[in-house]
Design a protein around this ligand. Structure first.
Ligand code: GLV
Length: 317
């Protein structure tokens, strides 16, 4: 440890020393000598900068000199939900093109696996049965992407490139590049529920998006629609999703996020063959690509300069 090293309080819920060291190396390359101090240690109390993912609630309030809290992911609900978040500290979230890339690939995988009957053919292969099914006609299939930030836009753009008829939904009115259609507000939301075959949620978790997908929303979807969640688990009323699938109204779902993570062993989703479960890995933060942004935020905060990707604490993202 160098005496004049920049000290950054660090926490990620995997408690991995290797990850912390990886970040430390990537940030030292950009900022000069840096020490990532575990947030739970006494030495973190004097840090001006924090780099965190799901930190223990109330802990950041103990850092009196804190200038900026940098989320280790794109979502910041893990911070906003802390009632004792220090007022004076700004929050910055990651907007890493590498993560948009990864998440859009995951969505494409989920959609194509469903449309090309991946689960069915894997089951057939287990039984050594070489039997085809009629291929679905998917040209111009309507797909809705709920949440059109940097990631949603990338997903929509790539899905349009694959020949889907893509609509992006945002809270307030926006226009997206051709051929992506736009929808907004409650009316736009309900129109997309009723008209699309595939629904991709990529929204940030806010009071408005909590439980947005409930029995009413699922009932408004077409029979046979497919639901994909790469946003946050709490946006879905999980028993309502299960009921919509079990009744045969929805064809199934592919989920990366859950109301409780890790998904409890006795959760009924594990038993539902029409639900594909991923353990919140659709887009993992990569220090090699994200470190430039973290370093820029630290440099700006240290020099009292404007921060990029600043979170509006009231809006929640
Ligand atoms: C992942 O869920 C993220 O918010 O980056």
């Amino acid at each position: 440890m160098t005496d004049n090293a920049i000290k950054i309080a660090y926490y990620d819920n995997t408690d991995s020393t290797e990850k912390r060291q990886w970040w430390q190396a990537c940030l030292s390359d950009r900022l000069g000598p840096c020490t990532l101090v575990p947030l739970t240690e006494e030495a973190a109390l004097s840090c001006e900068f924090a780099l965190v993912w799901y930190p223990p609630k109330g802990r950041l309030a103990a850092l009196d000199n804190l200038k900026v809290i940098i989320s280790l992911g794109q979502g910041v609900d893990h911070l906003i939900s802390d009632p004792d978040l220090p007022e004076q500290a700004a929050i910055v979230r990651l907007v890493d093109p590498d993560m948009s890339h990864a998440l859009s690939q995951w969505v494409i995988l989920a959609i194509l696996d469903h449309l090309r009957d991946g689960p069915y053919y894997r089951k057939m292969a287990e039984q050594k049965r070489f039997e085809g099914r009629d291929q679905r006609q998917t040209r111009n299939l309507p797909v809705a992407v709920y949440g059109m930030g940097a990631i949603g836009l990338e997903i929509a753009r790539r899905l349009a490139g694959l020949g889907f008829d893509v609509s992006g939904w945002s809270r307030s009115e926006r226009q997206f590049p051709e051929p992506i259609k736009s929808a907004h507000g409650r009316t736009g939301f309900e129109n997309l529920l009723a008209s699309c075959d595939i629904h991709v949620c990529i929204l940030p978790l806010t009071p408005e998006t909590t439980h947005l997908f409930d029995s009413k929303s699922f009932a408004q979807m077409k029979k046979g629609a497919y639901f994909i969640n790469g946003g946050r688990g709490k946006q879905v009323v999980e028993p309502d999703l299960l009921a919509a699938i079990r009744s045969g109204h929805l064809a199934g779902a592919c989920l990366d996020v859950f109301a409780t993570e890790p998904l409890p062993a006795d959760h009924p989703f594990w038993e539902e063959p029409a639900i594909t479960i991923w353990p919140h890995v659709a887009a993992q933060t990569n220090p090699d690509t994200a470190a430039a942004q973290v370093a820029a935020a630290i440099t700006a905060a240290a020099n009292n300069q404007p921060l990029s990707n600043l979170v509006d604490k009231k809006r929640g993202y």
